[in-house]
Design a binder for this molecule. Structure first.
Ligand code: OGA
Ligand code: MN
Length: 283
């Protein structure tokens, strides 16, 4: 076979010595190099990746050629992936949920369209919300469609000590904008949460999924939330991900929130998502 038509070769399963964690140079985020997620990972590789996720909150693995099953297998290193009940025609594996604006025969093949999705922490409207989420980029638009994450630990740490102390006494109600998605009882979480693995405190409110501050007059609570959102939406706390096809990004929802920037609906964006949830929020 002439060289030019040979399939590109894939590196063999690499030892952890070749794995590199490259911090993104922002408050959070890192690229992991030297890992092929189509291969089974060693215990040592998994331990390094899990630690990097605790340290950097958002990890990107570039140039991955993975199947749905590969993504689910990788996701299992962080917990049990959610099996979606909602039907999506293009979906073959029940743990994969398609995020896309693409329509086939007039029907969207996935969820979330092309508009801005404001800052949120996944599934915070549930009593036991999201821990890790993963997106695998299948098709990306030429413009827009970036995802941004806020380091809610750094945002909390930057507040004056008396305000930190006061915020730790508050709780907030979270809700999904689609009423049917919400549990029967309102979901109430602490405004400041403690990460169960690192022990670090972070803000846990978001413009997309937090309804109001619990047990506080609405005006006062809304003013407080607006002030916190303005504080969190500052460049020093944010990592912006410019997607490339083949990127697998995993993030920890507990100390972060994220938003998807809008993109032209004439362009196609397809992401395969897996998610893990089911851990109580502790203050
Ligand atoms: C999500 C989400 C952002 C994106 O799937 O929960 O927020 O960039 N996606 O697609
Ligand atoms: Mn999300």
């Amino acid at each position: 076979m002439p060289l030019s038509t040979r399939a590109p070769c894939r590196p063999e399963s690499l030892p952890t010595a070749t794995m590199q964690v490259m911090p993104a140079g922002a408050a959070l985020g890192a690229e992991i190099r030297g890992v092929d997620l189509a291969q089974r990972l060693s215990t040592a590789q998994v331990a390094l990746i899990r630690q990097a996720l605790l340290d950097h909150c958002v990890l990107c693995f570039r140039d991955q050629h993975i199947s749905d099953d590969d993504q689910v297998r990788f996701t299992r290193h962080f917990g049990t992936p959610v099996e979606h009940v909602r039907k999506q025609r293009a979906r073959r594996v029940k743990e994969i949920f398609i995020i896309s604006n693409v329509k086939e025969n007039g029907e969207p093949i996935g969820a979330l369209g092309n508009d801005l999705i404001d800052f949120h922490s996944d599934l915070s409207y549930l009593p036991k919300p999201g821990t890790a989420s993963l997106l695998y980029a299948v098709e990306i638009p030429d413009q827009g469609g970036q995802t941004q994450w806020v380091d809610c630990r750094a945002a909390y740490a930057a507040l004056p000590a008396p305000q930190q102390t006061w915020l730790r006494t508050l709780r907030a109600v979270h809700r999904h904008y689609v009423a049917a998605q919400n549990p029967p009882e309102p979901t109430i979480h602490p405004v400041v949460r403690r990460h169960p693995e690192t022990g670090r405190l972070s803000l846990y409110v978001s413009p997309h999924l937090t309804s109001h501050v619990h047990d506080m007059p609405r005006d006062e609570g809304d003013n407080l939330l607006r002030e916190l959102y303005r504080h969190m939406d500052q460049p020093q706390f944010i990592y912006t991900h410019q997607w490339q096809v083949g990127d697998l990004v995993i993030w920890d929802n507990r100390p972060t929130m994220h938003r998807r920037l809008p993109f032209p609906d004439a362009q196609r964006r397809i992401m395969n998502r897996t998610q893990i949830f089911g851990e109580e929020v502790v203050e």
